[in-house]
Design a protein around this ligand. Structure first.
Ligand SMILES: Cc1cc2nc3c(=O)[nH]c(=O)nc-3n(C[C@H](O)[C@H](O)[C@H](O)COP(=O)(O)OP(=O)(O)OC[C@H]3O[C@@H](n4cnc5c(N)ncnc54)[C@H](O)[C@@H]3O)c2cc1C
Length: 411
């Protein structure tokens, strides 16, 4: 499927998938039927638009619940909450991200020092390992910017336990090429497969399981010979203590009374899901896809992130009747604001990850000077505090969170 980086295309995909988001999704979602021109029919493929903030979780949940009701939509709704859970979990344990980055850099340095490792890594990312299924997914990821959830699990498991490569290099490969690359979902899912998220519980890919759930692919079931069947989970010495969440309060129109600029970024590229209580005098767009990795970001992933920002900037300028300007990497933000004669900046919450890493050094002085207003959706505000440990803590509260946020039939 061609992921078009516009809000309109995301909403069109939501509308097209909606009839399948109920019981059919629950029954068929595990099958990796391979890429299809018009998009897969058993999963939504909405994640690129959700990650970029072109479409919001709230509008997806509202549409699916309205179409199917809470019981038939239960599985799909839970998956959307996995996304919110992972973000809330990483927000409370940001050292996991710091640790991932430093471990990734050490793993890249180790490649420099070992021809054997370098060659094993190159074979894996170029799809030349000889494990047919793995090689097909490696190429599919680069060529399409997307992998089915089950394929991501099998791929990560084979990477870690059969090929015995550093998990952080695999997570980096995903971040550079996934159009939906997300610091929280990606890092924590790789850690989950490795046995680091739920300590001691890892995910081992099995050839019979792969064949069963890939039987619908055009070329028939995928083969995966020689997989490690009794590998031990990974372990790490570090503990990642939970820090207290410090969430911004809901924003009122009075918080944005003076002329302000709205900053759109990689994770909040469009104003529509933000429910802004006042109109900005200026829209600023900052796309930083290159900050995902010290390596090169894939063309599809980079193009989607930049296209999403361009779509969001044009949309906001038209909706608010104000100018839109790009904030390029390396350009001082303070000078840009001074030129426009604007002191205050409204910023959609920057969760732990590369977008925050890239933008925060310029935003911190504004925050310290009381010039930053942070926007956070009510779904995140209600869910993140529950994302303390396993997903169960969130899963059992979904009905209550939906009611609190006015989403669904009771709303
Ligand atoms: C190793 C690994 C790496 C991953 N990396 C990412 C990533 O970088 N970005 C990302 O968005 N997801 C990631 N996922 C989670 C999941 O695979 C994708 O969200 C999902 O495949 C996206 O496809 P979809 O939109 O068709 O999902 P659907 O099945 O249609 O689900 C609907 C929505 O729910 C959310 N969702 C579904 N499953 C998950 C999940 N397991 N975790 C978190 N959210 C979920 C997504 O936002 C998705 O768009 C990863 C999973 C694994 C195992």
């Amino acid at each position: 499927m061609n992921f078009v980086p516009t809000r309109e295309a995301g909403l069109a995909r939501l509308a097209a998938f909606l009839p399948a988001a109920g019981r059919r999704y629950a029954e068929t979602r595990n099958a990796d039927d391979g890429p299809a021109d018009g998009g897969r029919s058993n999963v939504s493929m909405l994640s690129p638009w959700l990650h970029a903030g072109l479409v919001g979780e709230r509008e997806v949940l509202e549409a699916v619940l309205a179409a199917h009701g809470p019981r038939a939509a239960e599985k799909f709704v839970a998956e959307v909450f996995w996304r919110i859970y992972f973000k809330g979990y990483l927000e409370q344990r940001p050292t996991i991200w710091d640790d991932y980055r430093s471990g990734r850099d050490r793993a890249f340095a180790a490649l420099e020092n070992s021809a054997g490792l370098r060659s094993a890594h190159a074979q894996a990312i170029e799809g030349r390992t000889g494990i047919a299924a793995f090689d097909i997914w490696a190429r599919e990821l680069v060529e399409t910017g997307y992998l089915h959830n089950h394929a991501r699990m099998w791929f990560a498991s084979i990477w870690i336990f059969t090929l015995k490569l550093d998990w952080r290099l695999g997570a980096d490969f995903f971040l550079r090429h996934l159009v939906d690359a997300d610091a929280a979902a990606n890092t924590l899912s790789w850690r989950w497969v490795a046995g680091l998220h739920t300590r001691g519980k890892h995910y081992l890919a099995r050839a019979d399981n792969i064949a069963r759930y890939t039987a619908g692919r055009a070329q028939g079931p995928l083969l995966a010979e020689g997989l490690a069947e009794d590998a031990q989970p990974l372990a790490e010495p570090e503990d990642h203590p939970r820090r207290k969440l410090d969430l911004p309060p809901p924003v009122k129109a009075s918080d944005l009374a003076a002329p302000f600029a709205l900053l759109l970024h990689d994770e909040a590229a469009h104003h529509a899901p933000l429910a802004l209580p006042a109109a900005p005098a200026l829209v600023i767009g900052a796309a930083r896809p290159a900050a995902r990795s010290p390596g090169e970001t894939g063309a599809l992933a980079r193009g989607f992130a930049q296209g999403a920002l361009a779509n969001g900037m044009a949309g906001a300028a038209a909706a608010f009747g104000c100018p839109a300007t790009e904030w390029r990497a390396g350009e001082p933000l303070a000078a840009l604001l001074a030129r426009a004669g604007i002191a205050r900046l409204a910023v959609p919450y920057l969760p732990t990850g590369w977008t925050r890493d890239a933008l925060w050094p310029e935003l911190a002085p504004l925050a310290a000077g009381g010039r930053l207003v942070t926007l956070l959706g009510d779904l995140e505000r209600a869910t993140w505090p529950l994302a303390k440990a396993g997903f169960f803590g969130v899963a059992k509260a979904i009905d209550g969170v939906l009611a609190e946020c006015g989403i669904g039939p009771g709303a």
